[in-house]
Design a protein around this ligand. Structure first.
Ligand code: 5GP
Length: 238
């Protein structure tokens, strides 16, 4: 493997042979609460890679521009080099997590519309929520870029709600990251989409199939991830 460019909490980025791309390798490390809770879950990297690859392929086929160039092996993908935009875009369909806590809305309540929010990408500061005027004031992104991120996020939400519904899964909420592509000068979807970055509940029982099992010490974390992968693979075969 080539030199490490960046060692993150759940993925490592390596230089590739081409200056416009790098290798993204999924790790088995599970973290929560900005890295304060940490554990190795053997096999998580492969599961998240497989799930994220199915989702990214589906999004690309439906017109979303993403950073994926090609799948290299069970844990690694070749991705386009981007300058990451330092905000996380969070989309919610159902109240849960920090939304429920902050606004006093019972977990599980269906929201009247999908909500989009931004948080500053900073473990040190605990990824604080940030509004559009603050983002443009600091110079993280322009108003036009933020409008594009919101539009893309809602489009991705519609596509993913459809995909997960076919898999018998409710897409409660999720986090997206975007980057400015170095070679093409456009904004593309980056990072991963997996049970690490989404809340996914069984459509009939509301059983949690995502990282909340780890965050909340519910046990059998990877059983949920395996279930998500199996169901998404089955959707592909319909
Ligand atoms: P909440 O704000 O309720 O904690 O999270 C909302 C959604 O975004 C959840 O699906 C959660 O998994 C995802 N999310 C929020 N922040 C992060 C983050 O820093 N990393 C990852 N992987 N997912 C996040």
């Amino acid at each position: 493997m080539n030199g490490i460019l960046y060692d993150g909490k759940s993925k490592t980025l390596y230089n590739s042979d081409d200056e416009n791309s790098y290798i993204m390798k999924f790790k088995d490390t599970a973290t929560a609460f900005d890295g304060k809770k940490k554990e190795e879950l053997e096999g998580k990297g492969k599961l998240n890679a497989a799930i994220s690859n199915i989702i990214y392929d589906y999004l690309a086929k439906n017109g979303i521009k993403t950073h994926i160039i090609k799948i290299l092996d069970e844990e690694s993908v070749l991705v386009k080099k981007t300058e990451i935009i330092l905000v996380e875009v969070i989309v919610r369909n159902i109240a849960a997590g920090s939304f429920s806590k902050k606004y006093g809305i019972e977990e599980g309540i269906l929201l009247k519309n999908a909500s989009v929010e931004f948080s500053l990408k900073s473990d040190e500061l605990g990824d604080p929520m940030i509004n559009e005027s603050q983002i443009t004031a600091i110079g993280i992104a322009s108003k036009e870029e933020l409008d594009y991120l919101s539009e893309q996020a809602l489009k991705i939400n519609s596509l993913l709600c459809g995909l997960f519904e076919k898999a018998g899964i409710r897409l409660v909420d999720f986090k997206l990251e975007f980057g400015r592509s170095a070679s093409e000068g456009e904004i593309i979807l980056s990072d991963e989409i997996s049970p690490d970055s989404c809340r996914l509940w069984d459509i009939d029982t509301n059983k949690k199939l995502d990282k909340d099992r780890f965050r909340r010490d519910m046990g059998n974390v990877l059983d949920g991830y395996r279930d998500v992968l199996r169901r998404l693979e089955n959707v592909g075969q319909i």
